[in-house]
Design a binder for this molecule. Structure first.
Ligand code: ZN
Length: 343
């Protein structure tokens, strides 16, 4: 642990007893290895069960599971950074605007559907996205989770994010059924076993909790190589050749495998989600001039911005634990003290 991080606190004249994380956060945190409760140490968090200690770096708890594949995710991040930096010109500018607008469209729908504060919201893979701001300002407890703590530091320092946790979506460091809503943007294309990842997330969502999801659409209009009708190996190979031909030195498609609304909908329904809704998105990155016109015209057909956009967006409600929770509610509300004892 880097002691210099805490120098400022040590140098104050009257040392104050300060919690290493906010109480409202500590209440819902859990060990990513054994799900034990986390307790506050002097400058770290300690699992009450397995006694593992977790560092806090610049106010961000680092709650990675023990078996974290750090090198794998570093590589993905590096590729994403390269992609961002290497493009200039009119097309790149157009794409940047479309990406931004697409996010804005997404957040607008979440705001509309989230309900009154205070809700506990988890944004998985928050990155540099300041989308939390209106929710935080409105009194929701909005937690930004990312694998990369540097990104979260940017969110804290530049955008005043209150709650940030560095962790892995495969081993969420929270207690079961503690969130009202999950937000996942453009992450599912990296996952191989979608059903089990969604199933795992369900455990952390309250009954009737909401799911807001945006992902890269396998059926996007101008994307020739539809992974949906193509085995993953073939898809990767074709894109590898394409990237070589275009002289790209990195090939992101080794990792990516776009999903579809129907695909995710089926998983969610099987997991007991209801009220699954799909929303239109107008912004479409990556279109050249001709395709922009074509898309614009085709968008007059209502289904196009819903099912054939670059992204798809859906919301769903968790009913997975509803019946169990009904029983739990009844047990909790039962007045044991004043109940008649059998004579
Ligand atoms: Zn533990």
């Amino acid at each position: 642990m880097d002691d210099s991080l805490y120098q400022d606190a040590d140098q104050t004249d009257e040392p104050e007893i300060k919690m290493p994380v906010q109480t409202e956060l500590l209440e819902i945190l859990a060990c990513p290895d054994c799900t034990g409760h986390l307790q506050a140490g002097d400058s770290e968090l300690i699992c009450a069960d397995c006694k593992r200690k977790f560092q806090i770096q610049n106010d961000i708890p680092l709650l990675y599971p023990k078996n974290q594949d750090i090198s794998g995710f570093r590589e993905k991040i590096l590729l994403a950074e390269i992609e961002k930096q290497s493009r200039t010109g009119e097309q790149a500018e157009y794409d940047a605007i479309q990406w931004k607008q697409s996010k804005q469209e997404f957040w607008k729908i979440v705001q509309k559907k989230i309900g009154k504060p205070p809700k506990r919201i988890l944004y998985i893979g928050a990155g540099y996205d300041p989308g939390f701001q209106p929710f935080q300002e409105n009194g929701h407890l909005f937690i930004n989770l990312d694998l990369v703590s540097d990104k979260l530091e940017t969110l804290k320092n530049e955008h005043k994010a209150e709650y940030c946790i560095a962790g892995d979506m495969h081993a969420l460091p929270f207690q079961k059924q503690c969130f009202d809503a999950f937000i996942i943007i453009d992450l599912l294309q990296y996952e191989r076993d979608l059903k089990s990842i969604l199933q795992n997330m369900m455990h952390f969502l309250k009954p009737e909790g909401q799911f807001f999801l945006r992902a890269i659409n396998a059926w996007a209009l101008f994307r020739f190589f539809k992974p949906i009708v193509m085995p993953r190996m073939m898809y990767s190979l074709i894109h590898k050749i394409h990237d070589r031909y275009k002289k790209k030195h990195h090939w992101r498609y080794r990792y990516q495998f776009p999903t579809s609304y129907w695909n995710i909908r089926q998983h969610l329904a099987q997991l007991g989600c209801s009220n699954i809704q799909v929303f239109p998105i107008d912004s479409y990155p990556g279109l050249n001039q001709i395709n922009r016109t074509i898309y614009h015209l085709l968008s007059l057909i209502k289904a196009v911005p819903i099912y054939l956009n670059y992204h798809y967006m859906l919301s769903a409600e968790n009913n997975h634990n509803s019946s169990f929770n009904e029983v739990l509610k009844r047990v909790n509300s039962f007045d044991f003290d004043n109940a008649k004892k059998p004579s």
